[in-house]
Design a protein around this ligand. Structure first.
Ligand code: CP
Length: 325
């Protein structure tokens, strides 16, 4: 399919991954390679996790200026399982609260020979800005950027969908919730578009519709039943209260579940073999009924397991692109 060339500067001249800033513009073959590499790092629960020494001698700095459980823990475990030295900056006791800029924080850690920065920040453009300023041997990995981008989440969602559904091209995917403020929806939709799915339905409460320019091929609707009808994949998202100026104006949680929650009854509208996804953190019995989150169609814990493998694969890919001497 026709795709715009990658323009964000995240690839080397040879087309290999140096930074991971966005899925936008990454071509299908590169994404497939990353999914295959991720799959190779997966081990069944209960077995010893995969390990290798590709990051031996390298230092990974995790800088999470927004809350995280899954992304932060899996980047840390992935780095350790690849033999890196790992620094988890405690942002609450870092000098950023004394007014130090994020770039000065980066330059400080760069001087200590940190060479992979994993960054989550509430402001748009931070990962790309840092990538443009660091020394040439350094890689920047976007672990969540405002409402713009969450590329490793997009990849783990693609990996999960491929494991359960195989080929992408005939799939109907429905994402329900606060699409307007969701970086997960943006990155997952970019990846699904590149992989050539049949159709993407975005279901939102009124007022939380995204900019159609960010989802050029999606059907955007407030009709949840129509949006779920015949879907192969149904993903629920939470309301991103931290990005909404007046969250008190939102409908209450009981009303939300009734009108926009992913319930067992609504899931009967989807394809009988449909899978249920949620990136987490979940608000049970708000955007998703507990019995659906824990039900037989749920693949939510598989998404979490895949997240660790994807982050190992990204570390491996950037190591291959820029071997340390
Ligand atoms: N899905 C996700 O990004 O979860 P965390 O905020 O817990 O990292």
């Amino acid at each position: 399919m026709g795709q715009e060339p990658e323009t964000s500067g995240q690839l080397t001249a040879n087309g290999e991954l140096r930074h991971l800033l966005t899925l936008e513009g990454l071509d299908q073959s590169l994404i497939l390679n990353l999914l295959d590499l991720s799959q190779a790092y997966l081990r069944p629960i209960g077995q010893i996790p995969a390990r290798d020494d590709l990051l031996a001698g390298r230092t990974v700095a995790n800088l999470f200026f927004e809350a995280s459980t899954r992304t932060r823990a899996s980047f840390e475990l992935a780095a350790k399982r690849m033999s890196a030295d790992v620094l988890n900056l405690d942002v609450n006791t870092s000098s950023r609260i004394k007014g130090e800029s994020i770039l000065d924080t980066i330059y400080t850690l760069q001087a200590m020979q940190a060479d992979i920065f994993v960054i989550r920040d509430a402001s748009a453009g931070i990962p790309a800005m840092i990538a443009s300023k660091v020394q040439p041997h350094i890689s920047v990995l976007n672990a969540g950027e405002a409402d713009i981008s969450h590329p490793t989440q997009g990849l783990l969602d693609l990996l999960t969908i491929r494991q359960f559904k195989g080929e992408f091209e005939n799939l109907v995917v429905t994402i329900i919730g606060d699409i307007k403020h969701s970086r997960v929806a943006r990155s997952t939709a970019q990846g699904l578009h590149t992989m050539g799915i049949k159709s993407l339905h975005l279901v939102t409460p009124p007022g939380l519709e995204p900019n159609q320019d960010h989802y050029p091929n999606a059907v955007i609707t407030n009709d949840i039943d129509a949006g779920i009808e015949g879907a192969d994949v149904v993903m629920a998202l939470r309301i991103q209260r931290e990005r909404i100026a007046n969250p008190s104006n939102l409908m209450d949680q009981v009303e939300y579940l009734k009108n926009f929650g992913l319930t067992k009854k609504r899931m009967q509208l989807a394809h009988p073999d449909a899978i249920v996804m949620h990136p987490g953190p979940m608000n049970r019995d708000v955007e998703i009924a507990s019995e659906v989150a824990d039900g037989p169609q749920s693949v939510i814990t598989t998404q979490v397991a895949n997240g660790l493998a994807v982050r190992m694969a990204i570390f491996a890919a950037i190591s291959a692109a820029r071997p340390i001497s």
